[in-house]
Design a protein around this ligand. Structure first.
Ligand code: NAP
Ligand code: 3JM
Length: 340
């Protein structure tokens, strides 16, 4: 018989993704039974509100998952690497937001609008991976285009907000802006250089091929989610001084002839997508408008005449919601509906 409610643990509850988990579970009336909020010793004594009640944050440890049905994880990749398998062993299904398990062939990598059926394979490891924020919003917009026109090649450049790097990164941008306005030097700790009034063409660390890990996440994860290793993808990931909302300039080359009107028509009916494309009236997606929204916004749809079948577009979404917590809660909703 189906349960009325499910015991939920949030690992990394005090982080920017963790806080968003709480808001989204409440907003979407997820059937939460017992709720455990887990973080490091730094959060000892902290209480967080959920549905009008305050819950203590406790230390994430081996025994944290006894009796828990669903674990929503965002405590960082190295912490998930240790604790997600422990939780799974205790019978908890983990939806992990870190990069650690994403490319494991025994772990489904899921964006519900794109490949919800992949969830079925979760039983092998009891772990489902949530893709990288930049990957999620791109595949939400590109899957319907792939289905209609067959994508051959994607060239993407991202403009990623500082919240993608966590709460300390958001504080660093605020502090640097304050310092610079007060004629003081900006101090960089989280980011490799000053982020205020700047753009950094480095997100995560560099690999031997000259790309960053963030860029290769987009390449590898997109192929896995779309279930098509033949799509060619090249990415440049850039950090910009925006608090919330990632933007992407995406160039797509397709096998079949493709025209902007057809793309607009297809995307208007695509799940999770909202087309904002009226350049004459200065209407296009922007991160300040996408923040706190659930949709993936697409605009600036236009032909790329330098190739036989090419399209350019601009894709924006709230990286903490669709890019992280919302996508994971949508996965949990499907788990509850079809599998648990
Ligand atoms: P954040 O604001 O810095 O928060 C980090 C959270 O992890 C805090 O709750 C922190 O607890 C907790 N934590 C850190 N070390 C821990 C440890 N050893 N044991 C237990 N808890 C620990 O970062 P965030 O932006 O929320 O992101 C967290 C992680 O989620 C990232 O590192 C990344 O892997 C992942 N992420 C995924 C996506 C996505 O799926 N698309 C997007 C963004 C981030 P304290 O407050 O006690 O320090
Ligand atoms: C987004 O602990 C870490 O190394 C986390 C780094 C990180 C990741 C990641 O690799 O999990 C920060 C922000 C992500 C992500 O979603 O890929």
């Amino acid at each position: 018989m189906k349960k009325k409610s499910y015991n939920v643990a949030i690992a990394g509850a005090t982080g920017v993704v963790g806080k968003e988990f709480l808001r989204i579970l409440e907003e979407r009336r997820f059937p939460v039974g017992e709720l455990r909020l887990l973080a490091s010793e730094r959060s000892a004594g902290v209480k967080m509100e959920f549905r009008g009640k305050f819950y203590p944050v406790t230390l994430l440890e081996k025994e944290s998952f006894e009796g828990v049905d669903i674990g929503l994880f965002s405590p960082g990749a190295s912490v998930s690497a240790i604790h997600a398998p422990r939780a799974a062993k205790a019978g908890c299904v983990v939806v992990d937001n870190t990069s650690h398990f994403r490319m494991d062939p025994d772990v489904p990598l899921v964006v519900p609008e794109v490949n919800s059926g992949a969830i079925a394979k979760y039983k092998k490891k009891m772990i489902i991976a949530n893709p990288n924020c930049s990957t999620i919003q791109m595949v939400v917009a590109l899957k319907p285009i792939h289905d209609a026109f067959r994508i051959k090649r994607i060239v993407v450049s991202t403009y990623q907000s500082v919240s993608g790097a966590g709460k300390e990164a958001m504080e660093e941008l605020s502090e640097q802006v304050r310092s610079l306005f007060n004629m003081k030097a900006a101090k960089a700790k989280v980011f490799p250089h000053t982020i205020a009034f700047n753009c950094l063409p480095q997100i995560d660390s560099f690999l031997d091929n000259g790309y960053t890990k963030e860029e290769m996440k987009m390449v590898d994860e997109t192929k896995k989610i779309m279930g098509d290793a033949s799509i060619k993808i090249t990415a440049t990931a850039v950090r910009v001084p925006v608090f919330i909302g990632h933007s992407e300039s995406v160039n797509v080359e397709t096998e079949r002839p493709i025209f902007p009107d057809e793309v607009r028509a297809i995307l208007k009916n695509a799940p999770g997508v909202k087309v904002l494309d009226d350049p004459k009236n200065k209407v296009y997606p922007m991160p300040v408008d996408a923040a706190e929204r659930d949709e993936t916004f697409v605009g600036r749809i236009r032909r790329d005449d330098t190739v036989p079948n090419g399209i350019n577009m601009w894709i924006v979404a709230d990286n903490l919601r669709k890019g992280a917590a919302l996508n994971a809660v949508q996965i949990a909703e499907l788990l509850v509906k079809d599998y648990l």
